[in-house]
Design a protein around this ligand. Structure first.
Ligand code: MRU
Length: 340
């Protein structure tokens, strides 16, 4: 399994996802600002992974700030946490992980102990995510029949998490269990996480994967080529509304129309009980160049107006089930028994 990120004691090693699938480039850094920049530029991406990366970023800051007393040390780490938290607004995992780091910092009694506790907490966040991915895979695979054609959107695999993935873990777990799985991967405009990353990962797993452009999904469902649609999530509101990669809402709508079950798979760290419904979830807007000249070639006239929300919100009533590490939730969604 690909390791998207690794803690190396006093540095972080990560795969630059913008270079995939043509080049497998690993970068190493001791500087938390490099991690913040990598999250902004989607070298590191996927909701759970950006939480893990931000936690490790705070740990890097703790390792490398050497001067002053506990108070100035804490102020410096808090500045690093603020910068890491300003990188992307939608995935709640980022803020969830940084809140955990803040709590550890707050409970610190001296610099050495605090530094160690911060590093330990970041490693724990990573390990917990790996385990949550495993449980999501096990819980979700129970919903997959012996033979299934599954449509997925964006990238939800090892590249997006600390383990085997979320939606993708459901798919690969079902495959490992001997089920006959055919995957259709949405290309995922504009940054092509499906085309560049999901197909690359599933081919490494030796799976049967077919790439389609996003606007083909309805036709495939009309042709009865899809049994199940499954995606990840960047933030799940208390009522079950789901923010995920732009295009997810389209997919949920057409799945409903064609009677195809639409599943969302996510760790419990992606559920944000403080947000009552999806309209309150902050949606990131990306640079217009990602749409007009995404991969180096201009595909729209210079000066054209562009609107590029990176995520959309799928209303809970379009979702057949939300698969988490703790449970499989069915509508009406109620997360009050959730252990966080
Ligand atoms: O902009 P990205 O590539 O970070 O968007 C990622 C997604 O939307 C994923 O579907 C989501 O984070 C779930 S990942 C396990």
């Amino acid at each position: 399994m690909i390791k998207a990120i690794e803690w190396c004691g006093d540095s972080i090693r990560f795969i630059d996802q913008t270079k995939l699938p043509t080049e497998e480039v690993y970068l190493k850094t001791c500087d938390y600002t490099v991690i913040a920049d990598a999250i902004r530029k989607l070298k590191i991406r996927g909701a759970p992974l950006i939480g893990i990366a931000a936690a490790y970023g705070a740990a890097l800051a703790a390792v490398h700030f050497r001067e002053g007393n506990l108070n100035s040390f804490s102020q410096q780490i808090l500045r690093a946490i603020d910068e890491l938290g300003s990188t992307r607004p939608t995935a709640v995992n980022l803020f969830w992980a940084l809140e955990r780091m803040k709590k550890v910092l707050h409970n610190g009694t001296d610099i050495e102990q605090t530094r160690k506790s911060i590093i330990d907490e970041a490693i724990r966040i990573h390990k917990e995510d790996e385990e949550m991915c495993r449980r999501i895979g096990e819980n979700g695979a129970k919903l997959i029949p012996q033979t299934a054609a599954i449509l997925t959107h964006c990238n939800t695999g090892a590249l997006a998490t600390g383990g085997e993935g979320t939606a993708q873990s459901v798919i690969t777990t079902a495959h490992r269990q001997g089920k006959s799985i055919k995957v259709y991967a949405d290309e995922t405009r504009p940054l092509l996480q499906g085309a560049r990353l999901t197909t690359w990962e599933l081919m490494k797993h030796g799976m049967d994967v077919t790439l389609i452009t996003d606007n083909m999904a309805a036709f495939l469902m009309q042709q009865k080529k899809i049994d199940i649609a499954i995606t990840g999530a960047d933030r799940i509101a208390a009522n079950g509304d789901v923010a995920n990669k732009i295009g997810t809402y389209n997919l949920a709508l057409i799945a409903k129309h064609h009677g195809v079950p639409f599943y969302v798979a996510a760790p419990t760290s992606t559920i944000d009980p403080s947000i009552p419904s999806g309209d309150k979830i902050p949606i990131e807007e990306r640079h217009k160049e990602e749409v007009t000249q995404g991969f180096g070639k201009r595909t729209a006239p210079e000066g054209v107006n562009v609107y590029s929300p990176a995520f959309d919100v799928t209303p809970f009533n379009l979702i057949s089930a939300i698969i988490t590490d703790q449970d499989v939730y069915k509508p009406p969604f109620n997360f009050s028994k959730l252990k966080k």
